[in-house]
Design a protein around this ligand. Structure first.
Ligand SMILES: [Zn+2]
Length: 121
């Protein structure tokens, strides 16, 4: 959740907001571990964005009840639906990689020596 390498905690793993390095400069973990790896990040981003959209909708409804001004409510929901997935994109990548590492611990030859043993053991 901090845009760091989920294995070693390295900070600089993004060139830009959407551009993640192929490998971690410290532990050498390849972030796209298998083909289609990013589909998991996409799924997490979609799920969290839907939760954010739901929260904004409920809070907007409660805060403005009983007037329920349609235009501001729809505009705030559209803004969240468009902007939140963009904001959450890098977090979804590192979060999914962390989940993937828990489900499939790194192989010995997948990372530099000294990294990954704690998660595999
Ligand atoms: Zn790392």
């Amino acid at each position: 959740m901090t845009r760091r390498c989920p294995l070693c905690g390295q900070r600089r793993i993004f060139r830009r907001w959407f551009n993640m390095l192929e490998r971690c400069p410290r532990c050498n973990l390849r972030f796209e571990r298998v083909e289609g790896h990013s589909a998991g990040a996409l799924g997490i981003n979609t799920a969290v964005s839907l939760i954010a959209l739901f929260v904004v909708g409920v809070v907007g409804f409660i805060a403005t009840y009983p007037e329920l001004p349609l235009l501001p409510l729809v505009a705030s929901n559209i803004a969240v639906a468009v902007l939140f997935p963009i904001f959450f994109y890098p977090f979804s990548k590192t979060l999914w990689t962390a989940i993937d590492l828990r489900m499939r611990p790194p192989e010995v030859d997948e990372v530099r020596p000294g990294y990954g043993e704690w998660i595999a053991g």
